[in-house]
Design a protein around this ligand. Structure first.
Ligand code: PLP
Length: 377
């Protein structure tokens, strides 16, 4: 059996051990500690944002962001429909209603015109405007941030950026996650850098980050006994895990370079093959190219995403379907949705190709061989 080529597997730098050893030497295993403080500061300076709270996951970070914004029962929150379910779930944790908005075809992210339509329509139907917008930068590609922020400011609706997939990406030279009132990152195992599992909430607003830290550590009041005046969560990152993050952050830009190199390699591999398209990178958009995705045009190629995925699986290579849009998920079927067909079209015709920064030349040769075979026959 050939060795497995993964979609995107953890790629350690070797520097992680240094920080983990420190934590062990000090017996500072848990809960928070010096690695957590340092990781937060290092992330803040990397992103150019004032405050960071390291937490247990990206999902937890989104949940804390929504609590900070006072999202509660029956409030409406506008969310990109073209995303992973973890973007939307925390809206439901708060008893609020996700309002799903489709993408535009150039970046695959939230369509600004449709966003404005959604806001107008919800105001007309409910008499209230949505209480927040959760904007996703999918597969590492920045959304049309300027247009979205302009609309959000005009209606005075706060924006939370889900930058779980876009650490290392910039828009007009500024890091994704730093435009909205808060941003979130994920360090899940398949992301561009990983802590095994983890996330972060980032903001220039100190009060948001301070409150998030308080809620994430069981919301214990200042008192000589265990006293609570808020519902708390156990969402903080451990000091060992933060050590992994510090070692990973040291090589973030190598990882971005490697992912972009892989993207370029795929564009060359598919050059001259009809019916295959890639996500472009508009002027002033810089994508970390977390995953390389293609769409196949049935008018120009008989190859289907399922066919290519199966041929790869037969060679022990992992490719994955594109995110299935949230408005097509059984669990969100009843949510108001503003749809133009873009996300569904990408889902139907798209495929995520193996994009790990630790793939070898040998791995790429195997991928190329499968692609050549599939598109020849
Ligand atoms: C991974 C991911 C999340 C969730 O992050 P976790 O750390 O796994 O909780 C949220 N949104 C998007 C778009 C993601 O890809």
């Amino acid at each position: 059996m050939k060795s497995r080529i993964y979609l995107s597997s953890p790629h350690m730098s070797g520097f992680e051990q240094k920080y983990i050893r420190q934590a062990f030497k000090q017996n500072w295993i848990a809960p928070i500690g010096p690695n957590v403080d340092a990781f937060e500061q290092e992330l803040a300076s990397e992103l150019g944002v004032k405050h960071v709270a390291a937490v247990a996951s990206g999902t937890a970070a989104i949940h804390l962001a929504l609590i900070n914004l006072g999202i509660g029962r029956d409030d409406e929150v506008v969310v990109s429909t073209f995303t992973f379910s973890a973007t939307v779930n925390p809206v439901v944790y708060q008893g609020a209603v996700p309002v799903l908005v489709d993408s535009e075809p150039e970046t695959w992210n939230m369509d600004p015109a449709l966003l404005e339509q959604a806001i107008e329509d919800r105001i007309r139907k409910t008499g209230r405007k949505p209480k927040a917008i959760v904007l996703v930068h999918i597969y590492g590609m920045p959304a049309r941030i300027r247009e979205i922020m302009e609309i959000a400011e005009r209606y005075d609706i706060p924006v939370v950026e889900d930058a779980a997939e876009s650490l290392g990406s910039t828009y007009h030279g500024k890091a994704t996650g730093t435009f909205g009132s808060m941003g979130i990152l994920s360090f899940n195992g398949n992301k561009i850098i990983t802590t095994s599992g983890g996330g972060a909430l980032v903001s220039d607003n100190e009060a948001f980050i301070r409150h998030a830290r308080f809620l994430a550590t069981q919301a214990r009041d200042q008192a000589p006994w265990y006293q609570h005046s808020h519902i708390g969560y156990n969402y903080r990152m451990s000091n060992v895990v933060a050590g992994i993050g510090r070692g990973q952050l040291e090589v973030l830009y190598d990882r971005v370079k490697a992912r972009r190199r892989i993207f370029k390699w795929y564009t060359e591999l598919f050059r001259g093959i009809r019916g295959v398209s890639f996500l472009s990178e508009p002027e002033e958009f810089f994508s970390n190219r977390w995953l390389t995705c293609i769409t196949l045009d049935p008018a120009h190629t008989p190859v289907t995403p399922q066919g290519l995925m199966q041929a790869m699986a037969d060679d022990n290579i992992e490719a994955r379907p594109i995110w299935k849009p949230m408005h097509l998920q059984p669990v969100f079927a009843d949510c108001p949705a503003f749809v133009n067909g873009t996300a569904e079209d990408i889902f139907t015709r798209g495929l995520c190709l193996p994009s790990g920064s630790n793939m070898t030349t040998e791995d790429l040769k195997r991928i190329a061989a499968v692609v050549h075979t599939v598109f020849k026959s």
